[in-house]
Structure formats: C-alpha cells, structure tokens
Design a binder for this molecule. Structure first.
Ligand SMILES: [Zn+2]
Length: 76
C-alpha cells in the first residue's frame, strides 16, 4: 500500500514538473520560435518574451537586462 502511495506521489511530482516546463514555453518575439522564454522589459515599453539567444542579443544592447531578468524570474 505504501509503495503504491509513493508511486502516486512521484507521478504527481512528475506531472507538476512537466506543467512548469510547459508554462515556460512561449513564442519568442525575437526569432518567432516556441522555446523557453523569459519576460523582458526594454526601457519603458511593454514586456516581451525572449529566448536565451535573443536575450543575449538584448543584453549586449542593454547591460541592465540581466537584473531585469532576475526580477522577472523571482516573480514566478
Ligand atoms: Zn528568440
């Protein structure tokens, strides 16, 4: 009975992990591909979703981007 309960718990955790990964998938506004994106705010404009490679492009352009990401990520 306990083993069954453990398996059920593991399955529940697995499901939760998948759900979290899927939620991180967004359409990148830079390259227009579905990938793991983070919300990015550039200047005072509305927030956009960008993947890692597009974000790197932006951080060259704007050194403050990394701090903005950390703030955005901590809200999740
Ligand atoms: Zn991209």
């Amino acid at each position: 009975m306990n083993e069954l309960l453990m398996e059920f718990k593991e399955l529940k955790e697995m499901k939760e992990n998948i759900r979290r990964s899927v939620n991180a998938l967004e359409l990148c506004w830079g390259c227009e591909r579905i990938c793991e994106c983070k919300q990015q705010t550039v200047d005072d404009a509305a927030p956009v979703w960008l993947c890692i490679s597009c974000r790197n492009k932006f951080s060259d352009y704007q050194p403050m981007a990394e701090d903005l990401f950390r703030t955005a990520v901590s809200k999740f």
